[in-house]
Write a new protein. Structure first.
Length: 167
């Protein structure tokens, strides 16, 4: 898995133009049943993929924290929300709450999440490949294929399936 993760940024760069064109077309001409197809590809991929072998998302990117996330996680840590924010988060250029540092401070050496049961919504939904109206998040998915081997595989499988149907 480590070798796959190391090669992923290069593989994603090689597919960048192709993916940009693909997602642009996907947004303009959405195939029938795309959400169902994506949910199926997502399910199949995550039957083969073990996230704990990778955890690249937790090592290289951080989620956005909603106010609901902050309150829930602070309560779990037996902390005040403001103290949680001061200790772990910062406000970025888009005025979003994000982690102060990477890798995620809640990621253990064994790639387990120390706050898994109360993790942010963005973490629960990552890599967002089973989300409804998938065609609307092409920009996000293009970023995620460079981070997540599963997302990369799902997009490649989607492209192959649609090409086979003459889309």
């Amino acid at each position: 898995m480590e070798e796959i993760v190391l090669k992923l940024p290069q593989r994603a760069r090689e597919k960048q133009k192709e993916n940009k064109k693909f997602f642009s077309k996907l947004r303009k001409k959405t195939p029938k049943n795309l959400d169902y197809q994506m949910q199926e590809l997502h399910r199949e991929e995550f039957q083969r993929t073990e996230c704990l072998q990778c955890a690249n998302c937790c090592k290289t990117t951080g989620p956005l924290f909603t106010q609901t996330d902050v309150v829930r996680i602070a309560k779990h840590l037996r902390s005040k929300p403001q103290k949680f924010v001061e200790t772990y988060l910062r406000t970025d250029e888009d005025n979003d709450l994000v982690l102060q540092q990477l890798p995620c401070p809640f990621l253990g050496a064994d790639n387990h999440c120390g706050i898994y049961g109360v993790r942010p919504k963005a973490c629960r939904e990552f890599p967002h490949t089973d989300r409804k109206k998938f065609q609307q998040i092409g920009h996000l998915t293009q970023k995620n294929v460079a981070i997540c081997p599963a997302a990369f595989n799902i997009v490649e499988n989607l492209k192959a399936q649609l090409a086979a149907k003459g889309w």
